[in-house]
Ligand binder design. Structure first.
Ligand SMILES: *Cc1c(COP(=O)(O)O)cnc(C)c1O
Length: 362
């Protein structure tokens, strides 16, 4: 793989007629509007990564036999650009996202990309579309790097051709209605991932496989499912597309990265912030029974999930079998609120960046 060759990126700016009318900043929603430009590059064995360009946001032309359509060889990432003081634009731990994407690539037999050069291209893309980075409270620019298998062939094998692209979407404040706890359904029928599977890779198939559980939970009035381990259906794994934390007595507990859960960057940031503050953190297996017992004996103080989209999402209610428990009187807990405020402030450059997590775009 040609990881060391300098990647040349061509700039083909969108023409005036291709520029879009920007949406109302107060009605952005999530992932429905896309910026004027995108980044695209291609890979094959002979050339490695080539034909890299920043161009107008546009449709792809793909052969109907392209392997991604049939066997789902696809990986993606999700990160955000934040507007800080003095109109600066900041990225939060972007190299961690690119590194995780390269790990996903290995698992899916896809080529790795040159991280530093892709970061450089990402920054150039954001700078070009900088007017799309929302300035209103809580709103951000969501960035979606993606890689797909494009070889037209139906025989099962790793594709010999790939396309990598980055698209960007201005997204509204996740908590437009307030930082409110959500109701979570503990899933016993369906599972998300098995050891040895692709649970720790950010690959489309994991999400396709999860939507049935999500829709059934939503029909019952829950916002998300809490996944249990696929073998014994007793250990807690994660919530929907977020990692999960429990505050029991004065300990912050989260399941370990054992191969079946996604190694969240928000998860890692919360663990680091907690250690900085002298909070006891434990990455260990925890059963759903232990969570319910802790609730019964009064030691379960808070439950919250972590992910780039919402940063922190407090859990107000858990339904397991026929028991529904209400956590912290269905109000956001002290630690959930503190981590939410601290991370949000950090991401906007309003805190000392002790761990060098911020990358400045402009
Ligand atoms: C992306 C994702 C997360 C959260 O990762 P972050 O890096 O914190 O955004 C957690 N679980 C799943 C299944 C995910 O896809």
């Amino acid at each position: 793989m040609m990881l060391n060759k300098e990647l040349e990126v061509t700039l083909n700016k969108a023409g005036d007629s291709q520029l879009k009318i920007k949406p109302d900043q107060n009605k952005l929603g999530f992932g429905v509007h896309f910026t004027d430009h995108m980044f695209v590059m291609h890979w094959n064995h002979e050339q490695g990564w080539h034909n890299a360009e920043i161009c107008a946001y546009q449709n792809f032309s793909l052969d109907p036999a392209a392997m991604v359509f049939h066997y789902g060889q696809e990986i993606f990432e999700g990160l955000k650009a934040y507007r800080g003081a003095d109109n600066q634009i900041l990225l939060f731990r972007p190299m961690d996202n690119l590194n995780r994407m390269n790990n996903s690539a290995l698992r899916l037999c896809m080529p790795r990309m040159p991280m530093k050069e892709v970061l450089k291209a990402m920054k150039a893309l954001i700078y070009l579309d900088r007017e799309w980075v929302p300035g209103n409270e809580g709103a951000t620019l969501y960035i979606r790097p993606t890689m797909i298998a494009t070889e037209p062939a139906l025989g099962l094998k790793p594709s010999s051709q790939y396309t990598f692209f980055i698209i960007m979407s201005p997204v509204g404040a996740y908590y437009a209605e307030g930082f409110n706890p959500v109701r979570i359904y503990v899933e016993e029928t369906y599972v998300r991932a098995v050891a040895g599977g692709v649970g720790e890779a950010k690959t489309g198939g994991n999400y396709a496989a999860s939507v049935k559980a999500l829709t059934e939970a939503q029909q019952k009035g829950y916002a998300q499912v809490l996944w249990l381990d696929a073998v014994e259906r007793k250990y807690v794994e994660e919530v929907g597309t977020s990692n999960i934390f429990f505050v029991i007595d004065d300990q912050l507990i989260t399941p370990p990265l054992s191969g079946t859960i996604l190694p969240g960057i928000t998860r890692d940031s919360v663990l680091q912030l907690a250690r900085d503050l002298g909070i006891k953190t434990l990455e260990r297996k925890i059963t759903i029974d232990e969570v319910f017992q802790a609730w019964e004996n009064g030691s379960l103080k808070e439950v919250f999930s972590t992910g780039t989209a919402a940063v922190i999402s407090p859990v107000g209610e858990l339904c397991y079998r026929n028991q529904v428990i209400s956590i912290n009187d269905n109000k956001p807990g002290e630690l959930s609120t503190m981590f939410f405020n601290e991370l949000q402030a950090l991401q906007r450059g309003q805190r000392e960046d002790k761990h060098n997590w911020l990358v400045r775009v402009a």
